[in-house]
Design a protein around this ligand. Sequence first.
Ligand SMILES: Nc1ncnc2c1ncn2[C@@H]1O[C@H](COP(=O)(O)OP(=O)(O)O)[C@@H](O)[C@H]1O
Ligand SMILES: [Mg+2]
Length: 229
Amino acid sequence: MSPIIKVENITKVYSRKGEQIYALKDVNFEVAKGEFVSIVGHSGSGKSTLLDILSCIIKPTSGKVWINGDEVAHASERLRTKIRREVISTIYQEHNLIPVLNAFQNVELPLRLKKIDPIERREIVNKYLKLVGLEERSGHKPDELSGGEKQRVAIARSLAISPKIIFADEPTGSLDQETGKQIIDLILETRKQIGTTIVLVTHDLNLADMADKIIEIKKGMVINIKNGK
Ligand SMILES: Nc1ncnc2c1ncn2[C@@H]1O[C@H](COP(=O)(O)OP(=O)(O)O)[C@@H](O)[C@H]1O
Ligand SMILES: [Mg+2]
C-alpha cells in the first residue's frame, strides 16, 4: 500500500538578516495509513518546521512532500488550502480557539468552511463535543474553560472534519502531566474509533514511545527511526 505521507529530501532554509539557518536538512521518511508516528528532538531541532511543511502551512526550500497522494510542496495554493481544510487537522500547543466564539461555534467553524449544511453540522458538533466529554460546555467561550477543556475543544474541532491525518505539535506542552495524559488517551481512543493517521511532535520521550514509530531529529536531520513499544 502506498504511504499516506511521504517526505523526500526535504530541506528548509530560513534567511534572517543575511544569515542562512538550515532548519531541516535532507529529511526522508514515510508514514503508512493509520500509523501513529511521533517526532522527537530537542527544542530548535526543526520539529515545528517539519510539521508546518507537512500541514501545508509553509513550503520547503527543496524536496517533495506527498499527502494522501498529492505532491504538495510544489502544488498551487488552491490545492494546499483544500488539503488543509479537508484532509488534515492540526492541534497546537496553544489551543488556538477563537475567543469570541463558544465551544460549539469553534468546533463548527471548519464545518462551515467545508460548506456542510446547518443540520448536519449541529449533529457532527454535538457528536464530537460529547466524545471529548464537553457536551455540557458547548455554550462556554474559551476564557470560561480550563486549559484541559480548551485543548479538548481544539481536539473536537480537529476531529469534526473527519481528517485523514492529525498533526499535533506538542499538544500537551502547556498542560499538567495528568491532564496531558488524558489528552493523549483521547487522541489514541479516537484513532481506535476512526482509524486516523497521527503525527505527534513532542520532546517528551515517554509520550513518544507510545507511537508505532519514532522519528528522532537533531539539528534538522533525521538521526534515527525506530519502532515504539
Ligand atoms: N521563521 C523563522 N525564521 C528564521 N528562523 C526560524 C524560523 N522558524 C524557525 N527558525 C529556526 O529554525 C530552527 C528550527 O526551529 P523549529 O522548527 O521551531 O524547532 P522545534 O520545533 O524543534 O523547536 C531553529 O533554529 C529556529 O530558530
Ligand atoms: Mg516547536
